[in-house]
Design a protein around this ligand. Sequence first.
Ligand code: PMP
Length: 343
Amino acid sequence: MQKLADFIWLNGEVIPFEESRVHILNHSLHYGSGVFEGIRCYETDKGPAVFRLNDHIKRLFRSADVMQMDLRRSLPADLESREKRERDSSTRSSEKSLGMTEAGGNDGWSEAEIVEATLEIVRKNNLAECYIRPLVFYGSKMGLDPAGSEINIMIAAWPWGKYLSKEAVKVKISDFTRIHPKSSVMTAKISGHYANSILASTDAKNNGFDEALLLDYRGNIAEGPGENVFFVKDNQLFTPNKGSILPGITRASIIEIAQRELGMRVKEKDIKSDEIKDFSEAFFVGTAVEVNAIGQINDLKLTGEKEGEVTKKIRELYLDIVHGKVKTYDKWLNLVTEKTLQK
Ligand code: PMP
């Protein structure tokens, strides 16, 4: 695999990118039982800062709880990683685990420790603007029941530019329905959910579109494969109700800043695909995609290849905020250089 960064944080250790391996019989690889986050770090006047890091780590722990992975409690390390830790503990003492006892023992993790570990891996890789991917995953265990498996946590960070490459994307309403909320826990960011996302986005791309838009089981617009969606009408924003969507951290941020900073009304509501023609603009939001205009949905042109005015205003404000240019929202930024935990 292409080397994305120098180091990866794995179970409390900072290890070289090339050494970050898992066994081929890994439970989460086979069954999609991992939970993860996507986070971004941005350059600000005060140095690199991670956007809404505490909220992302909180959601990671909540997702882990949903999958019965108790990160906070003692985690049995598998023999291989324990032996390796013992071997390496003398040479890597300065990089040694946060929240871990001496080699062989593991007290589990607090949210604060994972926040600090996230900042640590950005620092170690000497990154400014980057994408950050924490993943909690089971160990090598076959059979659906993960009971007894070790629980691993890794954090990777690497430079990753714009997720969608066009100013305004062309979107296909997917033939794949978004996962029924009673089929899973849609507020959790579970790896297995992304099979549905991948099917939808691959199908959209194979049909000449840039991205998919999924409907829920009632035929209401739900979300993109990895993004939430907003619509614009008369300087008002509309976004699908919670229920069948991952209620994104960016979605919540956009609702707050549109209301507070732009004085816009924002309405969460059920939206059917035949209502799209009543809107003047549409856009995706999410950590990876940031704010990206949707110019066309199926055959219906909204703003075509261009971004609409309202979308532009919101995108620019969002980018100002993540880059630390709007004082009120410093609360959403964690400076990478500031240690959040005393060791
Ligand atoms: N929906 C889905 C399915 C996603 O994968 C994401 C990306 N995490 C989002 C919405 C947006 O969430 P956030 O703003 O928290 O990144």
